[in-house]
Design a protein. Sequence first.
Length: 428
Amino acid sequence: MPSSPPKTPSDTQAQVRSAPFTPTTSIVLLAMIALLGPLSMGIFLPAFPHISAEWHIRSDQLALTLSAYMMGTAVGQLVYGPLIDRFGPYKPLMVGLGIYSVSLVVCYLSQNVETLSIARFIQALGACASGLATRVVVRSTYPANQVSAAFSTLTLAMAISPILSPILGDLLIDLKGWRSTFLALGGFAALSALVTWCWFPRLPGDLTTPFSLKETLQQYSDIMKNKTFLFYTLILSFSGACPVIFASASAFVFMDDLHLSRFEYVLAFGFCGSGLVVGALINKWLLKTIPSDRLIVISLLGQFLIVAGAAFYTEWRHLTLNELVGVVFLFFGFQGLVSPNATALSMSEFKDHIGIVSSLNLSISMVVMALGTWLVSLLKVNQVSDLFWIMTAFTLLAFALTFVYRVRLKFNISHPLRDVYLLLGEGK
């Protein structure tokens, strides 16, 4: 496997070379481990109508379980980041898988939405270790000119989850009820633990520096001062929140509004999710000729035009199923270009403390995603147009951040207030 380690090249290269797999199989195994988080979200979506009927609550109230999951992920990333930098990714990942397994028992036994939300929060605390650990391995072992392509491969693999996980969830619900989804997740967690124990690379940590909360907080503060990290993380966060926002209301959109059966809903949502796969595949091809930052601008503009146009359209005319699926498929497709490039660029200026950098990146993203799903619940979204307007606002924020960042680079300015000054045309 190619190697570009952050601290000790000889040690890291030796660790990677000793792993019993080739570069091709390594990215496949890393993608499988990283699937734990997305799978935990997608497999649960078809259960919303069943839980609503069983507990006599509205479907939008269950969006709180998604918000709890996002917040658990955000908190967990901040804890795992320093641990990965100190001990390497292997041990924190195994601890996370243990926490995840225990949380599934609480999820299975839950009798109300409050308990389930708490259990999902704990579940996320465990699951988030998988995504963070795999990102650290990619960023620590791949050369800079291959990082975007490697992240694109991970995005491609994780994009399969919105296609397959609702189908799996639907089958399980028909066979054994909605609680059986947690049993299936337990089986996947056990498989992930086995793969991790047998094949996950034991990258070295840094045990020479004593752990200090004050020093860790200072490191987080220093990272936040890096403008490239901050802007691309926020761009990733606001654009990446849109698919999650749509997913949180997808059961209502397809089953209540368009009157689809649960199986038809699973197929429709799976086709929408396949847009991420197509986007990730196209991204790997486009990266050969187009820089990552330019791809982000083009993709965000495409997303904004699509979702804003759909929002205006739905104010006057009800979308058909084909029109809705087409809009969401295209939107998700552009997201398949934004996510891997924004992820790679946000981390591009760091060679040390990759665990902390990755954890802060993912934590900020999850907080924004939690905000989006919370808005769906708070506003009691009951129309497709309302959902599209929320997505339009988030996409516009991401595009505006991209524009502001490019202005900062062009004019070499260092204070945020001067961005407004320049954007108003006074600084020319």
